[in-house]
Write a protein that binds this ligand. Sequence first.
Ligand code: FEO
Length: 398
Amino acid sequence: MQTNRKIADSIYYIGANDRRLALFENMFPIENGVSYNSYFIDDEKTAVLDTVDRFVSEPFFENVDKLLAGRRLDYLVVHHMEPDHAANIGRLMRMYPEMKVVCSAKAGQMIKQFFGTDLGERAVYVKEGDKLELGSHTLTFIAAPMVHWPEVMLSYEEKEGILFSADAFGSFGTLDGTIFNDEALIDEAWYAEAGRYYTNIVGKYGPQTQAVLKKAAGLDIKMIAPLHGYIWRSNIGDFIAKYDLWSRYRPEEKGVLIAYASMYGNTENAANALALALGERGVKNVRVKDVSVTDVSNLIYLAFRYSHIVIASCTYNLAIHPKMEHFLLDMKALNLQNRTVALIENGSWAPAVIKNATEIFSSMKDMRIMEEKVLIKSALQSGEQIEALADALAKDVK
Ligand code: FEO
């Protein structure tokens, strides 16, 4: 039974879901799996747009075979060379020897690196503004370097108004029967997963994402067809607005993420005391997270989402607790900027959190460290510093 679906005149979704993979990129937990989207255009010329990950290859090949119905496959369009989409290029080339490969020159170089195959005469190299005529459908290519690799091209199908957006506008989560956003429940939890995907995977490349958004603004987009997650055909502006915030490193909302690393509960106690003090002062938007049991990808999303971040950590090996250090270095690696941070340090004999965290935040762009700090020696003995920090935070957030 074929598992494709028509999404527009002569254009089909031919992707596949992975519900077995525990860690995307062997790094990010994906409780709800992930989809690898691929598309087929059945025009005077036939084209497959990207492939799927090798672990879910079979439905993809079945779909290609069924939709071709004995016709020749003319083109494989490669928007992105990361193996979650490119793994089957080599096999597809062997199966369809007449097929040309349409991609950026950089992607061609990567095909050689991954598959040992020089595209030679099979290559159709495209750059910004080039067109691929398929009959009644035409793809116009849009360079999107570093969204999320350097070779990435998007394409815009003029007749249907479809932007094939590669990783941009992707999300974690399988497509369980529904493939369009307006068939699905797009709630806060869904946006949190889409945000976790963007901020952790593409988050480092905000300016490059902004450049793509500017190019997209000049197109009449009726549908966004990404390589992961739902195809968007309604309320497209809502999702674009989130991308605009995330890629400008602007918080989605005023609120406080309190992230704590605590070995025996004393630093946790300070984090809870601060959260309560903020609640008392009318701050509604507070999230308290234990970095030792929260995957760092969730912390990263929350750091992008909220305006204020409190780091409460015990000292370990004369430095910041390793789990907290991972979070801090990840924020730095992903270029998070434009946030207000507050520091709570615990250390029984040689506290090092404020010094080390200040060094990290000072090396990032537009990170304001609040004057009000909390210094704990082993356990919180008085609420004075917490109250002072809560006063300052509540005033700032409101
Ligand atoms: Fe979904 Fe960058 O690959």
